[in-house]
Design a binder for this molecule. Sequence first.
Ligand SMILES: Cc1cc2nc3c(=O)[nH]c(=O)nc-3n(C[C@H](O)[C@H](O)[C@H](O)COP(=O)(O)OP(=O)(O)OC[C@H]3O[C@@H](n4cnc5c(N)ncnc54)[C@H](O)[C@@H]3O)c2cc1C
Length: 382
Amino acid sequence: MSRTCDVVVAGGSIAGLAFASEAAKLGLSVLVAEEHLEVGEPEKCDGLVSLRGLRRYGYPPGAEVVQDRIDCAVLHSPSGKRFTVNADGLDVVVLDRSAYDKQVAAAAEAAGASIMTGRRVGEVTETGDSVTVKAGDEEVQAKFLVDATGPASSPKHGILPAAKYEVEGEWIREHVVEVFLDARKYPGFFAWVIPFGEHRAKVGAAGRGVSPFRALDGFLEGRSTTVLRKVAAPIYIGGPAQRFVRGRRIYVGESAGQVKPTTAGGIMTSIAGAAAAARWVSSSIHEGRPSLPAGYQKEWEGDFMKEMKAMLRLRGVFEKLSNQDLEGVFSVLAASKLAQKLSKTDFDFHATALLGALGVPGLLRIAGLVASAEVRSLLLER
Ligand SMILES: Cc1cc2nc3c(=O)[nH]c(=O)nc-3n(C[C@H](O)[C@H](O)[C@H](O)COP(=O)(O)OP(=O)(O)OC[C@H]3O[C@@H](n4cnc5c(N)ncnc54)[C@H](O)[C@@H]3O)c2cc1C
């Protein structure tokens, strides 16, 4: 069997679905091929997002999709020092990510897009003015292929294996996100607890060169816990890809590296990428100008590149910190008015917010504790 459409989308998760929804609204015929049998499954993501970010791009979640509202975030040092940020005003929620994807899929279908599940995109052949895509046993001809296959296509250097469990336990604090830093247990990343109801949480761990499952089991030792579900999933922390558009292939979401390198959060930034790509692809098709989609990269970078660069620099510093350094940094954080300042910023732009709130005095204090070229480079840029 073979059919034709304007755009075929490989991957029916948040980026692919948001692209399909936006492109269909702009009058394009769009076909999404998702390899799994059900949109949103298997669920990997924890769904921590700011409503502000989702509203900005036109995809606020329905009330039934929101599992929890976050009041505060607590960072723990290796020795147990705490740094707490009040998140009351930040509009941060935890989504049932599977249900959210289904909500966006319904919006895409209502706009006229077709979604085929259980169809893996395989061979792709590019000819002069079209692409031919094998989706399951069907051949689809389109003007463009949108690659929204997530970590399957994202730059390999940025991938870190992670373990995630859904758990129940009396120790879980409702409305409180907790992050545990320890350079020995979770080198280059952390363990996290994201509540999603009374005494329920999505907990996870990742770190360079460690087994994430061993790290997470170690974290749960001594915390009386019932494990409801276990997931192995790679997270992406490598920063945006060099090129979002290659010929008639357009990369959106995680496959374009549109993910925060500090936290690996990518829901909002992927939707933003998908929406921008849909506008540029639509103009390209309507105006008959095949090179136009490349403009989408500039638009996304205009919105996010400053923040992404700040996040990559913070990551550069963070990856070099020993546990002793981390203790020192926690003392600097506690001594400044940082928590108060951060509670009034934007969750999605936390790196520039953090650097701005620390200012030169804070960075100088950290530079005094941590002799690293990365901290010096942060200072030189201020
Ligand atoms: C453990 C974990 C926790 C996370 N927590 C958060 C969080 O709290 N907040 C946040 O903002 N982000 C979080 N993220 C990141 C977020 O999930 C991703 O950035 C986001 O889902 C990226 O969306 P995407 O559509 O680009 O890719 P993905 O969600 O990875 O989707 C890719 C889709 O493509 C499909 N696919 C792959 N290959 C093919 C193929 N050949 N043919 C057809 N279909 C294919 C896959 O089945 C999948 O449905 C988390 C990620 C992980 C792994």
